[in-house]
Design a protein around this ligand. Structure first.
Ligand code: PLP
Length: 364
């Protein structure tokens, strides 16, 4: 079904960032945004594309107090021929459904979601950067904005999509990658079984900030989270999924605990490795096993995966005041190959041999 999405164009278009190598992550936003509203009993309504601008919110809105919200993170890429594509948007939709169910929020219908993204990006298509390692970051989010202090699911919701031209998440070398230092966090936890770890919700992030501030104190970029129960098994790195290469096996935490965010990059990495004939295991891995492997030389690589940074190789782990180097501390061959093919397919310089790209049907 096709919906009517009226567009109100901005009267004050913003200057585009001049230097695409300095875009950073979510520093700039495009001229427009998509908005729609939901009322219990009425469903989704009032679809519109309007200028990206601050909006009024009642101070007693439930979301400001009890955080009934969710968000997604995806990207649009400009191919060398100027056509524009998304990467596996069906996966974002499926994850949104799971998150909304966990947070007692209304589902966002697939057809409205895809039409809204397509029409919004087309309105702001001149903002899609074309430089090396760049893309247009898409942030859909949904929150309950009923005026209420009762701790109950809201009766009214707003769903919005905003866009940001972005470059490398971390400063990168010519090949697009660099290694980071990560702090092994054994005091604070990110997610416990039965909690909201598998859902993409703001509360997980707010609760994680104390730990990442501690990591920065130790000169580390982010934290390696351990499980909440035993503080023993590796879970995620910051807001990314974590992979460990020990001997010839690539290992990542399994999803069945409900404490791991099911990353679309994580899923893509597992599928690519399998296709390449590299052994990949979704299994519990203790920090002791990682440290023993580092000591005997069998730890080859650690890297984090996510939409924002794609692949982030880790050069050092900092644990209990000691530094542990991962192999030679440089970008490993598996991380580099994954980055090259994944970002290559996304940006259209490598043929999409997995059928993952989703053309939006227009050119810049
Ligand atoms: C979004 C996110 C990821 C990465 O998911 P992608 O779909 O690959 O972007 C990993 N961990 C957490 C906690 C996240 O919020």
């Amino acid at each position: 079904m096709k919906y009517e999405i009226p567009v109100t164009r901005t009267q004050n278009p913003k200057p585009r960032p001049a230097d695409e190598s300095q875009l950073g992550f979510a520093k700039y936003f495009t001229d427009h945004m998509f908005v729609m509203e939901y009322d219990v009993g009425k469903g989704w309504h009032s679809f519109r594309i309007v200028p990206h601008a601050p909006f009024l919110i009642e101070p007693a809105s439930a979301v400001l107090h009890y955080a009934q919200m969710m968000f997604e993170g995806m990207k649009a890429y400009r191919k060398p021929d100027g056509s524009v594509q998304l990467f596996r948007p069906d996966m974002n939709l499926a994850r949104m459904r799971t998150t909304c169910e966990r947070m007692c929020m209304p589902e966002v219908p697939e057809d409205i979601f895809l039409q809204a993204i397509k029409e919004l990006i087309e309105v702001d298509k001149d903002w899609i950067p074309s430089g090396k390692n760049t893309s247009l970051y898409i942030r859909p989010f949904l929150f309950g904005d009923e005026v209420s202090f009762s701790v109950l699911p809201a009766q009214h919701y707003k769903f919005m999509i905003i866009l940001s031209p972005t470059g490398s998440y971390y400063a990168a070398n010519d090949a697009g990658l660099t290694t980071a230092r990560i702090y092994v966090q054994d005091k604070y936890i990110r997610a416990a079984q039965g909690g909201t770890g598998y859902a993409k919700v703001g509360g997980n992030y707010g609760g994680g900030m104390r730990a990442s501030q501690d990591a920065i104190k130790y000169n580390c970029k982010d934290v390696l989270w351990l499980d909440a129960k035993e503080h023993k098994y590796v879970e995620e790195i910051g807001t990314s999924n974590a992979f460990f290469v020990i001997n010839d096996e690539v290992i990542t935490a399994p999803l069945d605990s409900g404490t791991i965010l099911p990353g679309i990059t994580r899923n893509s990495v597992i599928q690519l490795l399998t296709k390449w004939g590299i052994k990949v295991s979704e299994r519990k891995l203790s920090i002791d096993e990682v440290e023993a492997a580092a000591a005997d030389g069998s730890l080859k690589e650690i890297f984090a995966t996510g939409t924002a940074a794609v692949i982030s190789p880790i050069g050092w782990l900092c644990h209990n005041g000691t530094d542990m180097q991962v192999a030679d501390g440089l970008v490993g061959p598996i991380a580099q190959r994954l980055y090259d093919d994944l970002y290559g397919m996304q940006s259209g310089v490598v043929e999409d041999y997995m059928g993952w790209t989703y053309p939006l049907g227009f050119k810049v």
